[in-house]
Design a protein around this ligand. Sequence first.
Ligand code: B3K
Ligand code: ZN
Length: 862
Amino acid sequence: MADAQIATQAPRIIRREDYRAPDWQVPEIALDFDLDPAATRVRARLTVTRRGAHDRPLVLDGDGLTALRVLVDGAEAQGWSMDGSNLVVPLSGDAHVVETEVEIAPERNTQLEGLYASGGILCTQCEAEGFRRITFFPDRPDVLTRYRVKMTADKARFPVLLANGDPVAQGEIQGGRHWAEWHDPFPKPCYLFALVAGDLVANSGSFRTMSGRDVQLGIWVRQPDLAKTDHALAALKLSMAWDEKVYGREYDLDVFNIVAVDDFNFGAMENKGLNVFNSRYILADPDTATDYDYDAIAAVVAHEYFHNWSGNRITCRDWFQLSLKEGFTVFRDQGFSADQGSAAVKRIEDVRGLRASQFPEDAGPLAHPVRPDEYIEISNFYTATIYNKGAEVIRMMHTILGPTKFREATDLYFERFDGTAATCEDFVQCMEEAGGVDFDQFRRWYTQAGTPRVTANLAMDGDKARLTLSQTVPPTPGQPVKEPMVLPLKLKLFGAQTGRAMSDEQLVLLKDPHTEIFFENLTEKPVLSINRGFSAPVVVETDRTAADLAFLSAHDDDPFARYEAMQQLMLDTLVSSVTTGSTDHDAVVEAVRNTLTDAALDPAFVAEAVLLPSDSFIGDQLAVVDPEAIFRAREALRRALGTVLHDQWRTAYESSIANRFEYSPAAKGARRIRSVALGYIAASGAADAQELAFDQFSKADNMTDRQGGLTTLASGDSPLREQALEAFYARYRGNGLVLDKWFQTQALSSRDDTPEMVERLAGHRDFTLANPNRARALIGAFSVNQRAFHQPSGRGYRFMADQLIALDKLNPQTAAKLLPPLGRWKRFDATRAAQMRAELERIVATPGLSKDMFEQASKSLD
Ligand code: B3K
Ligand code: ZN
């Protein structure tokens, strides 16, 4: 671990308002790597030019580096010094060549930032500030540089040497070593630098761009994984074609390589021409990957590819602008995925994800605007707010402008800012100019944190109706008072008797705190369908009755709104069970029956629509979360649904049995409804449910069905449970990605003994904190298992804090990312809150805590 990462007393706060353009630019760099896992020599030759009239020295960021040599224009540099971990070089002229040499030890890099080793592969991760752990450099995204990279390594251990751009030369030298040189013609910030050295093989392909250039594609993995790369390669080609068709953007280099590694802090990284991926987002075959995995692989491959324009060709001026590339690129990958299968199901999944991760973030101690104003550690800001709320903000602009003007606006943005480091403001201005709109007030989406709440009440008066809309934005840390937002709300009225649409869908831009909208000449009582397609990322409260919601769940012509009405009906029922003890399940049961027996519906949609809201989403609706009561209420409703609709679940289960695995939207939908039906059959307590699950588990020819069976068994208490877990372990013990599922499935179990079981699993021989996927599979999954994590004894909190303290010593970034569930103490009763706070205090008091963890834990205590 590098000492420089350790927080001193008061870590420095970086503020957006302090932004200043760089003093020195670096138009060119030549890097020379003498690669060795234990000791890698890095020589850097920077051409630097003074920017503007000033006499400030060149300051090069470093983190844990010792300068072995510093040269200026070929001679030993005079008067250079260290300022903390940074190298300061006084320069007299306006242009110089500065050379440095350092030595680093990739195999000892457990933070997985900078140059590190993963399973015998040497690879890099530089975003956001990892390049400074490789060499001295102005490590900020507004310094754009052309890179020439030479790598020399042992040929037997590292036969493949890759870097950004195109390969330009290679050769052999004595002692079994070889070298390769790559050149990237596109100036880029250093966070997009990458190199990989390893014993790798490629699944190769090619893509002809719309202007007729052929691009060589390679998905690089270790030999045994080669057979699992076809899906990723196919997804890459689809993404390249989609970006041409939908955004008019074509790839710009002659090669595009992706490398998969097992140890990675997040999903993947969009380095120019050389994406590095967490292997879980590349490797797939039917035996080891679920449909969810297949979809996620395609989405992440697309996301990283799309960054080539939204992120790389146009990058961020500073890290406060992170959502400029991330929000926009998530919006783009969502569009891609929607076009590959069911757009409605994709929207449902995305909204569910937003509610599961972003809404709680916006309501908690770590809430921050889409464009934050300050941070201590930028790695903590790769959040659901920056990514997913950021994507919703782009989506709202798309909704307001309409597809044609939106495309004109993105064309303008790409043309105007290509090759530069831009800001969120630049993007919004392009939207305004091309769209002919005024986004003055809309900009608050970038500055105000918190999820807006809308109330909508529809009152009937003769043949007229009045819709009253109000909005508020709750206070968040540092922002006690909020201004009204611009909320694009799609709405429509349906006749309660006939089910007919009574109006066209209209887009209302709610800008004021209160607005009234009138409807005339109504021939029957209307039912309100609002925020259709989830047109604004807000919470909507209406005075709609259970009957209204049941009606919409059966008759709305927007599939998302149908889903939403059903969710609201379920949520209202569950909240009233928790708060009043009511056990009236009839409205939900009948609505689910209607959906389940509606032959016109896509089974994939049905499977989503009949799922109950999660424990934690139910908790989010309550003033104080009562995990036990929520769990009981949800289980009771599940049992009622399982029992009353027993025959329908059996029919759904049996009619969705496929004979052979196929990855198609229809086959995926069948598998999805099958596992959902199995869950309800088990919830009914049917005598044969566990056998049925075991049968599905044992006979499955694909991981989706196998894991579906295992998930049901893992929450049950039949002897088949242990048998299945053992069989699964024995079958996949050599496959890390599948073992992650084994850990995760147990951590998500609804059994009473899950906390003890998770503690035992943390001592399992296959558990390690050194691998981020494994840490997330056990600790991350456990922390979102609401009832288990919040068990009244507080042992879940203690366990979590112990694990986070241990992980922080190895990998601060991944540890800090896992902290938020422990920080939400304000949402719980006094006893739990005190226990959670005590663990947060223990974390903050840990000697040598990273600044990553310090920021997350100390902010959570406020
Ligand atoms: N840009 C990277 C994320 C980097 C995270 C650094 N802590 C992957 C992505 O969003 O595409
Ligand atoms: Zn991204």
